[in-house]
Design a protein around this ligand. Structure first.
Ligand SMILES: *Cc1c(COP(=O)(O)O)cnc(C)c1O
Length: 382
């Protein structure tokens, strides 16, 4: 068998929606993008949904809208994608890395307050694999110290925390519709915020600092007139992408159920298996299962994580690792980051791997992956 790590879930609905947009001849952001924002806002139950061309762009705009400045500090887990940290560096501000919990890979809320200084301005929790962070604790710490909360919700459609969907939890939350994410528009993103003021600022900044978007211009009598109020960015999405997004959003919960079913089969097979450390989801939350993380108990095995992945690949199973901690990269090393004091993160990075989990995976494919994992564990037990 040959099982890729990921396959996007695209049907004729998305293909027709994109083709219809092209036939209509309105390609960039317009009424369809406004409809996608409305649908998203209604689905999440937030006050504002601002569409952008990536979650990275969304996080950048959130930091701009809260007024991040040079030399400010922003707390985030060490184990995340570089995008979470790079947007802080855009301001010449500093990501401050917080250690993770070993069994959930989420930022450890007990280690946040130690890292707060006079320069700290924001916390960026990352809802790893779709599992929401301890948001009550994070929001309380933020309130106590006057910090902004910007959630990296790139993995979270759909995820719930204490019955409420991520995007409505109190921080400004950034979703990703990148090709591999739970719902996709190829490239794309959405910011959910309850602040009308920050949403307005983001809408202006996402299109060159212009005060009205192209569609409104098209419909006004003095269609050529607009004003530029600051140096903005080119972060708008397209109506082709939004037409795809509208169709994908309708399927979000169905896609979530398909992933959950696969995760359930994996967990049932791996639970209690010597040599494996199962990923834990806390009881008061629902994960999107964007990823299925599985950690190796290296004390019980005579194989490294890298060799395990290589063996799996040799057996036709696409694997990955989420994430290489930030301090492992040349750029972050160069500007002074190390893994010092991030012991759980270092430990998890040596042990973790991600198994294929995509909606269209068949039972036979899931069973094949399970068989290969269990066989490799058995052959390499100490
Ligand atoms: C994918 C991802 C992003 C970036 O999303 P884009 O839409 O590609 O910008 C940010 N953070 C995390 C944790 C991600 O996995």
């Amino acid at each position: 068998m040959n099982i890729p790590f990921h396959k996007p879930y695209i049907t004729e609905d998305e293909i027709n929606a994109a083709a219809d947009m092209m036939r209509a001849g309105w390609l960039t952001a317009g009424v369809t993008t406004a409809s996608f924002e409305q649908d998203f806002k209604r689905y999440i139950g937030c006050a504002n949904a601002v569409s952008v061309n990536s979650a990275t762009a969304g996080m950048h705009l959130c930091l701009a809208a809260m007024g991040l400045r040079e030399h400010d500090e922003v707390l985030m887990p060490a184990m995340t994608f570089t995008a979470t940290a790079e947007v802080v560096r855009y301001f010449n501000a500093w990501p401050v890395l917080v250690d993770i919990e070993p069994d959930t890979h989420l930022m450890d809320v007990n280690k946040i307050e130690d890292k707060i200084t006079a320069r700290t301005r924001a916390i960026m929790p990352v809802h790893f694999a779709g599992q929401p962070c301890d948001m009550d604790e994070i929001l309380e710490i933020a309130r106590g110290h006057g910090l902004a909360v910007i959630e990296d919700a790139a993995h979270c459609l759909p995820s719930w925390y204490k019955g409420r969907p991520v995007g409505s939890l109190g921080g400004d939350a950034c979703f990703s519709f990148y090709a591999t994410k739970t719902i996709t528009t190829g490239e794309g993103g959405m910011v959910c915020t309850d602040s009308d003021e920050r949403a307005g600022r983001m809408r202006t900044l996402r299109l060159h600092g212009i005060d009205r978007d192209a569609w409104q211009r098209h419909n006004s009598s003095r269609f050529w007139q607009y004003d530029v109020v600051e140096a903005g960015y080119k972060y708008n999405t397209t109506d082709i992408a939004s037409a795809i997004g509208i169709e994908q959003l309708k399927k979000a919960e169905k896609i979530g159920e398909m992933r959950k079913r696969i995760a359930g089969r994996y967990t049932a097979a791996f639970d209690g298996c010597a040599g494996l450390l199962p990923y834990r989801v806390k009881p008061d939350r629902v994960t999107s299962w964007y990823l299925y993380p599985l950690d190796l108990d290296l004390d019980a095995l005579s194989i490294t994580r890298d060799s395990f992945i290589e063996e799996m690949r040799g057996r036709g199973v696409g694997m990955s690792v989420h994430f290489i901690p930030l301090y492992e990269f040349t750029y972050y090393k160069k500007i002074g980051y190390t893994g010092e004091g991030l012991d759980n993160c270092r430990r998890v990075f040596e042990r973790t791997m991600s198994l294929p989990i995509f909606p269209a995976m068949s039972d036979d494919e899931v069973d094949y992956v399970i068989e290969q994992v269990l066989d490799l564990v058995k052959k390499n037990r100490r």
